[in-house]
Design a protein around this ligand. Structure first.
Ligand SMILES: Cc1cc2nc3c(=O)[nH]c(=O)nc-3n(C[C@H](O)[C@H](O)[C@H](O)COP(=O)(O)OP(=O)(O)OC[C@H]3O[C@@H](n4cnc5c(N)ncnc54)[C@H](O)[C@@H]3O)c2cc1C
Length: 379
């Protein structure tokens, strides 16, 4: 009997997991990988498209290219999940599993921030970032705000990267002097686990005249009055909002009972990433393991779950516990990329080490992307 594995979500976590399982167990498992979309887009590619560095077509990687022994990709929406029965109902029928992996990522609650949904004001979704690519060339100047709307959000360096890339973009269009740029973040520093990374970003902000508004959130945007209201009650002028919407647990996951409510990420065993339901794992942004919401962490989680499934099928020793470590590349603008290596779980508090921006890291980031495409899509 082949082990039936159903993976819900073909993002960073789902793609890495199915690749590892196909490599190790193709003869022993039937894997169904389910996603409602037809293409994968790296998170960082949203910035590349938004600022005109790549086209939308360049960064869409169609799932139809997945050809992996033992894996069947299915484009369909997951409508309900029964974790006790390890079963998912989709528009294409019901799937029962011996091992069920939930890798559905984080959804956005754009409506939670009044004014955010009325126009092209967020860049965290693929549609939002791609729409801004067409809108930004019409921006002639004023107050630009890169604003975080909720405390838990993907890729903590991304708002800072966005401000630095916006600076370059406006310089190239000769509109920088006509624009002020502010970054509103719920933290005291840009990347709290790594003081060196934070300091390097704050120095880059200072050199470019970018204002860092710490310990605050954007609560509302009034496009008519051209202001954002912050969580401390103050207002800031805002002609251009590049917003990071409130993140939430996908509704289908809340309804399954895997998460208690929309802002309570799926509880898992920190070492194994298994949920409270035996044989049901939560990988990536959807879980509440305590690491940042980033692709590299989703990938690390997928590796631990893959090792557990391989041990289960082949009967090997238990895998090592999830370490909660990952490396994030940080765009500094001026065609420079830095790197922060963070460790969230092995010490009493998260720590991070910083590598200064360099040409070598630009190449390393490009290899990070191309090696995933090679591994996941055979490109
Ligand atoms: C601007 C930006 C920049 C970023 N930069 C980086 C970076 O440099 N490095 C990094 O590591 N991370 C970065 N990230 C974060 C990274 O993109 C995410 O953390 C990562 O994609 C999470 O992986 P995941 O597998 O948990 O979820 P996702 O990759 O979001 O995948 C979830 C999948 O589930 C599918 N899905 C959801 N609901 C359903 C449903 N009901 N039915 C069927 N399918 C469904 C979705 O279509 C999606 O494909 C960035 C994010 C943004 C927004």
């Amino acid at each position: 009997m082949r082990t039936r594995i159903v993976v819900l979500g073909a993002g960073f976590g789902g793609l890495e997991l199915t690749t590892l399982l196909s490599d190790a167990l193709a003869d022993a498992v039937d894997i169904v990988l389910i996603d409602k979309g037809d293409t994968f887009v790296f998170g960082f590619s949203k910035l590349d498209v938004m600022f005109g560095r790549q086209t939308a077509a360049d960064v869409r990687h169609p799932y139809r290219d997945i050809v992996k022994p033992g894996v069947r990709f299915l484009q369909t929406a997951v409508r309900s999940i029964d974790p006790a029965a390890r079963r998912a109902v989709t528009d294409a029928g019901m799937f029962e599993a011996d091992v069920l992996v939930v890798a559905l990522g984080a959804d956005y609650d754009v409506a939670a921030t009044p004014g955010l949904a009325e126009g092209d004001h967020e860049f965290y979704s693929v549609a939002g970032a791609f729409a801004l690519r067409d809108m930004l060339p019409r921006f002639e100047g004023g107050a630009a705000v890169v604003g975080v709307c909720g405390k838990s959000f993907k890729c903590p360096p991304a708002p800072s990267e966005t401000a630095l890339l916006l600076h370059d973009y406006l310089v190239a269009r000769a509109r920088r002097e006509a624009t002020t740029i502010s970054v509103v973040m719920p933290f005291g520093t840009p990347v709290p686990p790594s003081p060196d990374t934070s300091q390097a970003i704050l120095t880059a902000f200072q050199e470019r005249g970018i204002r860092f508004v710490k310990d605050n959130l954007v609560r509302a945007f009034d496009a008519g009055r051209k202001v954002v209201t912050l969580s401390d009650g103050s207002e800031m002028p805002c002609d251009l909002l590049l917003g990071i919407p409130v993140h939430r647990v996908p509704q289908v996951v809340v309804e399954s009972g895997l998460a208690a409510h929309p802002h309570d990420w799926v509880p898992v065993n920190k070492k194994t990433l298994e949920t409270n339901f035996p044989g049901v794992y939560a990988v990536g942004d959807v879980n509440g393991v305590g690491t940042p919401k980033a692709g590299v962490f989703a990938e690390g989680a997928a590796r631990v779950v893959a090792a557990a499934i391989i041990a289960h099928v082949r009967g090997g020793p238990s895998p090592e516990a999830y370490a909660g470590r990952g490396s994030c590349y940080v765009e500094f603008g001026h065609h420079q990329v830095g790197r922060v290596d963070v460790d969230f779980l092995s010490g009493p508090k998260p720590t991070g080490t910083f590598q200064e921006p360099s040409e070598a890291l630009v190449a390393e980031k490009a290899l990070f992307g191309s090696s995933r495409l090679q591994r996941w899509f055979g490109k």
